[in-house]
Ligand binder design. Structure first.
Ligand code: AMP
Ligand code: GLY
Length: 421
């Protein structure tokens, strides 16, 4: 079996590493990948950008790829799945229509509302004056979201009316997010604890992945600017068996059935970002049409079944007979970022990585390999990930691994997992 993974982050390294563990998988290509992928057995990088769909199709044909797994949202929203399928190539991900669940916040919110899936109350605006009036009526805190893809930077929680007004001006008139911000969703501020609920879908059948929790804020104690994610662990204690069943029933099954009946059946990873309040009531914050990063890293460490085979089953509509087996232990990953992330930071710093054990792994994200040396090449650079008997043990192991990494400019949170402790 030959696998093509599209993307270059920690998520893609973890997916490629997991697939390559199995003897049925002969080779994994990652386009464009990172230094970590390049150093893996049976894995190699391909110099093709993740949005260059024609070149990716040509490569998949030339190498007779059996399954393509798409990491990031951008190519999915562009329609990579439709284009691969049009050429008879097997690819796991949602079509362009279905990927709107992530590609447009307004689409997602309208979908949730008309299908009675619990979510924050909201309104959509294209006119700044109307949006400002609405915010003044509603009061603060209030949440303002750019409609389109904004690389995790399009959500502002405004604590004062002035901040809300400035954000609206910035998004609707200042063109800060280009087309992505020509429409905004303004919604009710929800309180509670977040969890990531990720499943595989084949159009109608659902295979849940292990639950997880991300840490979106840059600094300890959930302070500082929002990021792509500074660390994650799996399973998420907050998702009790009762909450799990409720989410599967009222959120995930309802979504999959409605996508099918509305003529845009969903195939791919489906990631519900949940807010769970102190009474255990769940609301959907957002949908992503892909796996989470860094949630993928601990989840792939726990997945004992062959991910590539599961993806092939899904493209054949056969997830009803597929099974995912999990390592019962807890896994925790700490992101090591370049100092300054998510704002400005420097690249090109030399990094030395320790030897890993069976139960720990350093996944790469923004790294590149030059003459056998590893250099930083992005904001989020590494994810030190370790299995443990419980969350405390996994945390101790992951931070122990970090201490062995030689990299001057590293920044990381020291409290990943604190909510579960
Ligand atoms: P999103 O991209 O929609 O998940 O938003 C990014 C982050 O903003 C979420 O992970 C939450 O931490 C926060 N957020 C989004 N919507 C809300 C909301 N309605 N109430 C409170 N926090 C929110
Ligand atoms: N970790 C959050 C995300 O992947 O969107």
């Amino acid at each position: 079996m030959k696998v093509l993974v599209i993307g270059s982050g920690g998520r893609e390294h973890a997916i490629a590493w997991q697939c390559a563990k199995f003897s049925e998988v002969h080779h994994v290509f990652v386009a464009p990948g990172n230094a970590g992928c390049a150093l893996e057995n049976k894995v190699s990088n391909v110099e093709i950008d993740s949005k260059d769909i024609p070149a990716l199709i040509e490569f998949a044909k030339e190498k007779s790829i059996d399954i393509t797994i798409v990491g990031p949202e951008a190519p999915l929203v562009m329609g990579i799945v439709d284009d691969f399928q049009g050429q008879g190539l097997a690819i796991f991900g949602p079509t362009k229509l279905a990927a709107q669940l992530e590609g447009s916040k307004a689409f997602c919110k309208d979908f949730l509302y008309r299908n009675n899936i619990p979510t924050a109350f909201y309104k959509t605006f294209t006119e700044a004056e109307e949006a400002k009036l609405y915010v003044k009526e509603q009061g603060t805190p209030i949440v303002i979201k750019a409609d389109g893809l904004a690389a995790g930077k399009g959500v502002i929680i405004a604590n004062t009316i002035q901040e809300a007004v400035n954000t609206i001006d910035d998004m609707l008139e200042g063109n800060r997010f280009g087309d992505a911000g020509s429409r905004v969703v303004i919604e009710e501020f929800l309180v509670g604890e977040e969890a990531s609920f990720i499943v595989m879908v084949d159009g109608s059948n659902i295979l849940p992945m292990a639950t997880s929790q991300d840490h979106k804020a840059r600094d300890n104690d959930d302070k500082g600017p929002n990021t792509g994610g500074m660390g994650a662990y799996s399973p998420a204690a907050i998702v009790s068996p009762a909450i799990f069943d409720e989410v599967m029933d009222t959120v995930i099954k309802t979504t999959v059935d409605a996508m099918q009946s509305e003529g845009m059946p969903y195939t791919g990873f489906l990631y519900a970002g949940l807010m769970i309040d102190d009474k255990g009531k769940v609301k959907v914050l957002e949908y992503n049409c892909r796996f989470g990063d860094p949630e993928t890293q601990p989840i792939m460490m726990r997945l004992k079944s062959n991910l590539a085979k599961l993806c092939i089953s899904a493209t054949q509509g056969a997830l009803d007979s597929a099974k995912a087996e999990w390592d019962e232990r807890t896994c925790l990953g700490v992101v090591m970022a370049a100092n300054g992330y998510p704002e400005t930071y420097i690249k090109g710093e030399k990094i030395e990585i320790p030897d890993e054990s069976l139960d720990s792994k350093i996944f790469h994200a923004g790294t590149k390999l030059e003459k056998e040396n590893i250099y930083s090449n992005g904001g989020r650079v590494l994810c030190a990930t370790a299995l443990g008997t419980d969350i405390k043990d996994a945390q101790t192991q992951a931070y122990g691994l970090i201490e062995k990494v030689k990299w001057e400019g590293a920044y990381y949170r020291t409290d990943i997992g604190f909510k579960a402790l």
